[in-house]
Design a protein around this ligand. Structure first.
Ligand code: ZN
Length: 180
């Protein structure tokens, strides 16, 4: 599975595991089964020691959708839905501070003991950025058909990825000019 990444934080990358939210067509689900979820967590150093079941996939998807709700509300300056706040609050109950590990590759956080703790860690990262000083740097992608939300470190970033969303918008604008 080729996951999208580069949104500036693991929890923002998580939002991009469901694509096409605003396209009107059936969205593409990248976290469809335990193997996909395990692979995604592995790419973010969050593979739990315990197993991952289909129920865990459903929980991860539900958390992701609520995090998207909170993030989309934040960038739009809207009040978030209470149900989304409750879902994230529940995920946070499983969070606990990670212990440090010194590995041959340098410092690492201890792996989560189970999937609930992995999701709790993602939820904590989201909360830190949704209510902390970084919240003013959260941006929605400038491509209105893209639901990507990213952390803008430069103050000038407009797209999740210029080679994808930026190009798409420029091609659409070019076609519109040709039609006119
Ligand atoms: Zn985008």
């Amino acid at each position: 599975m080729d996951f999208r990444t580069g949104y500036g934080a693991a929890w923002l990358d998580l939002l991009a595991t469901r694509l096409g939210r605003y396209s009107g067509a059936e969205p593409t689900e990248f976290l469809a089964d335990p193997a996909a979820l395990r692979q995604w967590l592995g790419e973010h150093d969050l593979v739990p020691a315990g197993r991952i079941d289909p129920d865990d996939v459903a929980n991860a998807q539900a958390l992701r959708e609520s995090l998207h709700g909170l993030a989309a509300a934040a960038v739009a300056g809207r009040r978030p839905a209470a149900a989304d706040v409750r879902t994230v609050a529940t995920a946070l109950l499983a969070d606990s501070p990670p212990q440090l590990r010194l590995t041959p590759d340098g410092l690492r956080a201890q792996r989560p003991v189970d999937i609930a703790q992995a999701l709790g860690r993602l939820a904590r990262q989201a909360v830190d950025q949704l209510v902390g000083p970084e919240r003013v740097r959260l941006r929605a992608c400038g491509d209105e058909t893209c639901a990507g939300i990213f952390l803008d470190d430069t103050g000038r970033r407009r797209w999740c990825a210029d080679e994808r969303c930026g190009v798409k918008v420029r091609v659409r604008a070019h076609r519109a000019r040709q039609k006119a």
